[in-house]
Design a protein around this ligand. Structure first.
Ligand code: 13P
Length: 253
């Protein structure tokens, strides 16, 4: 909430070869210039270890993990492996995982719980489709996802953030109105308090979906918005820097 630093996280998705480590270094320098903002990036798995070595200060995380620690799961990566590679957090339940890989709320919850047990921070993503919003069901859908995918048990709330990412706003240049963002973040807050009691008060709720330097200050100023999860505009330090500056309260021209 307001006493916490805004959390600005770049989700690089399936972008990035070693050539992009220069961007990670430049984002790290930007983060160092703005200590009032908590800056992080989630590059592809293949860059986590190298990015951790290149960046001194920003958080480095992953975009997904498998729910068990190890075993016969060809192609998968466990939370413990991510921690070993230098990750400090993981994104779970992104809508692209939910749709491209058929991930259920139950699976997302198991991933979140395994990540917390491995000591990783968790960014749990929720968000409605355009059809669900048009049908007036956005809050019901998002709160239902949250209820069913929120990690349960001791130590789960610490280092947990929630990202509200309306599916129709991702990569489209369309964003909800401030009033709609506020209403949804308030609904998420109420649901987090119902799930976790008073501990739900301090969980940061990030907004994601077409955040750019030009709209970041506006969105980050909405009550209950504790940061941003940024896709396309996090791929270069130049575009991401504008968002970091906006989060620090500097004007972006
Ligand atoms: P864009 O910022 O590219 O819309 O992506 C948002 C997102 O999906 C971040 O996880």
């Amino acid at each position: 909430m307001s006493q916490q630093r805004p959390y600005v996280v770049g989700n690089w998705k399936m972008h990035g070869t070693r050539a992009m480590l220069a961007e990670a270094r430049a984002i790290d320098r930007a983060g160092q210039r703005h200590p009032k903002v908590e800056v992080a990036i989630a590059p592809p798995f293949t860059l986590i270890h190298a990015a951790r070595k290149e960046a001194e200060q920003i958080g480095i995380g992953a975009q997904d993990c498998h729910p068990v620690d190890g075993g016969a799961h060809t192609g998968d990566i466990s939370a413990a492996m991510l921690a070993d590679a230098g990750a400090s957090f993981v994104i779970v339940g992104h809508s692209e995982r939910r749709s491209n890989h058929g991930e259920s709320n139950e699976l997302v919850r198991a991933k979140a719980e395994s990540a917390r047990k491995a000591g990783l921070g968790v960014i749990l993503c929720v968000g409605e489709s355009e059809a669900e919003r048009d049908a007036g069901r956005a809050e019901e859908v998002v709160c239902g996802q949250l209820e069913a995918s929120a990690p349960q048990g001791a130590g789960m709330v610490e280092k947990l953030s929630v990202a509200y990412e309306p599916v129709w706003a991702i990569g489209t240049g369309r964003v909800p109105s401030n009033a709609d963002i506020e209403a949804m973040h308030r609904a998420i807050r109420a649901r987090l308090q119902a799930i976790y009691g008073a501990e739900g008060d301090d969980i940061r709720i990030l907004y994601g979906g077409s955040v750019k330097a030009e709209n970041a200050a506006d969105i980050l100023g909405v009550p209950e918005v504790g940061g941003a999860l940024v896709g396309g505009a996090s791929l270069t330090a130049e575009s991401f820097y504008g968002i970091i500056r906006a989060a620090s309260g500097e004007n972006v021209d």
